[in-house]
Ligand binder design. Sequence first.
Ligand code: PLP
Length: 391
Amino acid sequence: MTAPVCRYDYDLDALRGHVARIVATLPERCRMFYAMKANSAAPILRALAPLVAGFEAASGGEVAEARVVGAGVPVLFGGPVKTDREIADALRARVTRFHVESLLELHRIEAVAAAEGVTAEVLLRVNLAGPFPAATLAMAGRPTQFGIDESVLPDAVGIAQTLPHLRLAGFHLHSLSNNLSADAHLDLLRLYRDTVTAWEAEFGLRCEVLNVGGGIGVNYADLDAQFDWSRFAEGLVELVATFPGHWHEIDFECGRYLVAACGRYAVEVLDVKRNHGVDYVLVRGGTHHFRLPVSWQHSHPFTVVPVDAWPSGLPRPTTDGPVTVVGELCTPKDVLARDVDAGEIRAGDVLVFEYAGAYGWEISHHDFLSHPHPEQVFLGGQATSSASRMV
Ligand SMILES: *Cc1c(COP(=O)(O)O)cnc(C)c1O
């Protein structure tokens, strides 16, 4: 008896093609880093390392994972809080620079850098006052724990310029998540340009590096209407030409937009039934593998792969109306898609959830209910590797 299908597939060739096309259109001075938290599987990192400018790590663990991929890969160390130990390890791992999130963190990095006898390059991550262009989720401009409040920036600049083991290279502004509009993203960068230019005048400093964060989105509701990268890249060429010449590095650190499309989550339908007037499709898998839809409160798009094989003698439940697709967990929150019409679905068919490569497995609670983990298959490159990835 074969185990029911439950698998993540990652297409590394498609990933390389997508990212190479993006990087090729970046204007001079612009560099694309990969935000590892979207998916830090080693085969993904190895596929991306030759294409991107480096990795953005949001924890000491991610710095270590980046170093496994390459001793020389540039690493930017961000993340909302950093321990002394993480800071020391990052300095020894020769990260390129730190994205600093608070006044205390400036002092922490100073103390550790002094003890190590080195200078740490830093960007101040600023939580802007806004207003921002429309996007589905604002990461700043409303209260969040990220970055340094714009109102205390004068203090932060003063401290960063005074502490002897810090070198202030510029600013970090990651204000939006899942932005689907190329024009809105250009508006945001225009706002960043004007804001940083004003800070340079106010504080009498020269910004060398501006990190504009990630936040370019994926349209899960309409897979055919994705962020228009070509339009964005064309606008970016013109916009970057208006940035002061001494801003010699404009860093992007995208996660979702780079890796979402390369991953698919395939699960077998174990049962189909009707409760309280709702048709439920129950799959081998669920939100413990793929928490993204429930975390974003959306129905995740999927296709149905009909499987004709079925054991003789067993009744085969079937539906062809609107269905709610749920997993194998004992909670009504284990929902992957709600009230969607996908045509005929039978027990034994396989559902394939698209755009599952970012914030899928990575953000899920894998061991709730102690079900087996999905297979993880990395297709493309030298050899297809099937790995049961670490937990
Ligand atoms: C999560 C995160 C990113 C990547 O965001 P995406 O929306 O996946 O592009 C980049 N920078 C910071 C600081 C982040 O927290």
